[in-house]
Ligand binder design. Sequence first.
Ligand code: ATP
Length: 238
Amino acid sequence: MTALLEVEDLRVAYGKIEAVKGVSFTVEQGEVTTLIGTNGAGKTTTLRTLSGLLRPTSGKVLFDGQAIDTVPAHRIVALGLAHSPEGRHIFPRMTIEENLLLGAFLRRDAAGIAADVDRACTLFPILAERRKQAAGTLSGGEQQMLAMGRALMSRPKLLMLDEPSMGLSPLMMQKIMATIVELKAAGTTILLVEQNAQAALSLSDRAYVMTTGKITLSGTGAELLHDESVRRQYLGED
Ligand code: ATP
């Protein structure tokens, strides 16, 4: 198996405060890889660095064999790495369709783009129903679906999802998790950051636990799901 993403000894700081303190992990082609960890562990900072929104102070990021740690964010999207950010960041006054089209801003193949808007609408039927309405009228969970749909519009090799189930009802959360499984089956590699450790580990091939800027544990999803310290700390067991 070849790693699609290799992160080596990554360090990221906000001024004097180091949020990511020498993190190494890999994301294998075709797999779902999950980062779990408590609030403030550095998961979002890691994803934002991988997509070029923050610059590391040191370390290496190889995506599809190419070093991307100094590549501008829009070029990273063009290389095939898409990011569905925490807090969704959709454009509320634009329609759902316009939001989806923004995800294809680097593409020029009109027919392919139209087909992918249709695909997003099939994946999330609510987007089809509300296609011409302002995105701000969607519920939180529906906005999350739109953010995922938009990230998919760049036809990424690697889709990074930052807390896709945050604030969702159990039903909506199940829908998002089922979609992740569906996307994987269709060949998309996924890097997931999730607070809901149970759901995320259940569908992960590989997982890493981050604690205060470092990776403290790794294994297959099943291994971490059965790990005693993980069960105690993240699955609420005594
Ligand atoms: P959460 O699950 O709460 O989002 P996280 O694991 O994603 O947590 P980060 O958001 O990456 O964690 O935050 C890591 C650390 O960096 C935290 O201590 C946070 O307060 C700090 N931090 C994040 N963004 C900034 C910023 N813009 N300026 C200064 N410090 C920041």
